[in-house]
Design a protein around this ligand. Structure first.
Ligand SMILES: [Zn+2]
Length: 229
């Protein structure tokens, strides 16, 4: 974890369209056509597999031994899946599931499972996302909120930016009176290497509109988000 935002392309926190746009051709990884196709292409024909084979060699492994023969293909396929968010965009994911509604109280969806990969080490970080918003004449189908999280989680990320991007997307789609997002996650780059902190959890939040301006709203949300079920 780090606060470094670098020259990240996802920085525009309220951007709806994923920075890497889906290509029109069906995705392939090497010679494989992907069934549950991520909408983007990880590499031209076979290039990714070659790279993984090379990586195995550099690690001192023998890519030709039995157990590793199909590894490059598997890694390419799995990385395409784990980064499929590059080919998704929030507007598309929400589709027409936005409804006119006069409901004016807070809507909270908590414990949305999240799996992402840290952009500094390309190791997983994962945990839960809690989302709340106060409608301003429009609500979104509840199942769309987890899908919005996927758009931004399934790419190389830092938790801070992920949190802001989810909040920004909800703000853009719904123009609500306020939106709050809390992400709590553990990072394998902290747990498996370096400091080896097994039990530390990173918590980030993004609060906008009434969630930022009104202490009561904010407290209610944070209480709901942090309540142990
Ligand atoms: Zn990391």
């Amino acid at each position: 974890m780090s606060n470094t935002q670098g020259n990240d392309r996802g920085r525009a926190t309220a951007r709806l369209v994923a920075p890497v746009v889906a290509r029109p051709t069906p995705p392939t990884i090497g010679s494989l056509a992907l069934e549950s196709a991520p909408a983007h292409e990880v590499s031209p024909e076979g290039e990714f597999e070659c790279l993984v084979r090379r990586q195995l060699k550099l690690l001192g492994e023998d890519p030709a031994r039995d157990g590793l023969l199909k590894t490059p293909e598997r890694v390419a396929k799995s990385l395409a899946w784990l980064t499929r968010g590059y080919g998704l965009d929030a507007t598309q994911v929400v589709g027409d599931a936005v409804f006119e509604e006069t409901h004016e109280s807070m809507v909270v969806v908590r414990d949305i499972e999240m799996y992402s990969m840290c952009e500094h080490h390309m190791l997983p970080f994962f945990g839960k996302v809690h989302i709340a918003y106060i409608p301003n004449g429009r609500i979104v189908g509840l199942s769309k909120l987890p899908r919005l999280v996927e758009v931004f989680a399934r790419r190389l990320q830092v938790q801070e930016r992920l949190t802001e991007q989810v909040a920004g997307a909800i703000e853009d789609v719904l123009k609500p009176r306020g939106v709050g997002v809390v992400v709590e996650a553990v990072h394998l780059c902290m747990m498996m290497r370096g400091v080896e902190k097994q039990n530390s959890k990173t918590i980030t939040s993004a609060l906008r509109g009434q969630f930022r301006d009104c202490a009561m709203t904010r407290d209610e949300f944070l209480r709901l988000a942090h309540r142990t079920a």
